[in-house]
Design a protein around this ligand. Structure first.
Ligand SMILES: [Fe+2]
Ligand SMILES: [Fe+2]
Length: 423
């Protein structure tokens, strides 16, 4: 009888503790292989649960060095709810009748195992291999947690003090993951910047399209063509070209970074709708539209062209999409932190091609790191160059711009510290 292990989990992310458990179980029970099955996203996933495809990519990278591990997308590719019993049935079918499936389960999961969907089916198909905590539990005690007749064994393994939550926490703190996560997975985490965002930043992110393809807070009549015509009389020819360029770059950046291209392009078209309004009028409009402003903005009315444009888009176009309005409002000074949409619009405005090359080139350079897009670094560079220009021309630097620069610099540093420790 062929023995085959089945190890299901979210693996958020996978680490040496998982791999060692699977390998020790394989060795102890003379299993031909262990199939590592990545679980899909639950309907309401927590902010720090990485998307299932990304988790699977890490699992694949981590498992590839062990010829006895086989990764499986069986639960990710299934439509509808995902039940372990279905996974086992499908694997049994694939592997043939001459094998026994061995389901690896943590002792913590045993009490609930009986309540899993078609639990009897699970016990009928598979032997349960239990990873006990601290090896302090006896066979007898485990037997009491399982239905009579369920076949089970205890895995003899080393308990490592590693957990996925510990790893996520260390990433956010810029600490090393060396010897916690296999190199290949670590490199992906580091390159893609997984787990770096805070809960607030993830929640604020508007860049996943709505399920029904509609945009709450954007009236159906607000199409790109409509907005182009609405903007035209508000812009000089030169400004209109700039606006068109910003919309184009915003869309490109959105596509590259898996943000919503429509929102980014729409933001591009709207961002400078009030750029050519006189300073004194901008201040008056800000007052009328209840846009809050400080004394710096009162003296430098042009700084209000973003917030006023957002307020006008709300009043005249009926747009109430919170993140889109924030991105328009924040495009000049930025904010700490910004949503991905705001970051895109902020950078697209800096990168529009009529701007001097000695300004745009370093930002493009900072943006693209080995083909991966890095907004944090680009925002720091854009601010630094902007500050230089303001200092040379004897102009005021807005304190918010300094906050933005420092916020993104801290993120760049955290990422660099993490990359250095990952080696
Ligand atoms: Fe602007
Ligand atoms: Fe602009």
């Amino acid at each position: 009888m062929r023995e085959i292990g089945v190890f299901c989990g979210t693996f958020n992310p996978i680490h040496w503790g998982h791999l060692m458990l699977a390998e020790f179980a394989r060795d102890q029970f003379k299993m031909e292989k262990v199939i590592v099955v990545t679980s899909p996203n639950p309907p309401h996933r927590s902010y720090d649960l990485l998307d299932s495809d990304d988790r699977f990519e890490l699992v694949e990278a981590a498992c590839k060095e062990n010829p006895f591990f086989q990764t499986s997308r069986i639960e990710l590719d299934r439509d509808g709810p995902s039940y372990t019993v279905d996974t086992l049935r499908q694997l049994k079918e694939l592997e043939g009748p001459d094998c026994r499936l061995n389901l690896l389960v943590g002792q913590d999961n045993l009490p609930e195992l009986r309540n899993w969907h078609e639990a009897d089916g699970i016990f009928a198909i598979a032997r349960i291999l239990v990873a006990t905590r601290h090896h302090q539990v006896t066979r007898q005690e485990l037997q009491e947690e399982l239905p009579a007749g369920a076949s089970f064994e205890i895995i003899d393994f080393l308990q490592l003090p590693i957990s996925s939550s510990l790893i996520r926490e260390r990433i956010r703190q810029g600490k090393t993951l060396r010897y916690l996560v296999p190199i290949a997975a670590r490199q992906i985490i580091e390159t893609k910047g997984h787990y770096l965002k805070t809960e607030q930043e993830v929640h604020d992110d508007p860049c996943s399209p709505d399920d029904d393809g509609e945009y709450e807070g954007i009236p159906e009549s607000i199409t790109l063509d409509f907005v182009k015509e609405w903007v035209r009389p508000r812009n000089s020819e030169k400004r209109y070209r700039h606006t068109e360029g910003v919309a184009k770059i915003a869309k490109e950046l959105a596509i590259k970074s898996h943000c919503d291209p429509f929102l980014a392009e729409l933001g591009g078209w709207l961002h400078d709708a009030c750029k050519e309004t006189k300073d004194t009028i901008l201040v008056q409009m800000a007052r009328d539209l209840h846009v809050p402003f400080s004394s710096i903005e009162a003296q430098n009315g042009h700084l209000l062209h973003g917030p006023v444009a957002a307020a006008v888009a709300r009043r005249d176009l009926g747009i109430t999409h919170k993140e889109l309005l924030a991105a328009i409002a924040e495009h000049t000074l930025g904010n700490a932190p910004m949503t991905q949409l705001s970051e895109i619009l902020f950078l697209a405005d800096c990168l529009e091609e009529s701007r001097p090359k000695d300004y745009t080139d370093p930002i493009w350079k900072a943006l693209d790191i080995d083909g991966e897009i890095n907004f944090d670094k680009a925002i720091v560079v854009a601010n630094d160059l902007g500050f230089e220009h303001l200092i040379k021309s004897g102009r005021t630097i807005h304190p918010r711009a300094v906050d933005v620069r420092n916020h993104y610099l801290a993120r760049v540093k955290a990422r660099a510290a993490f990359a250095a420790s990952a080696g």
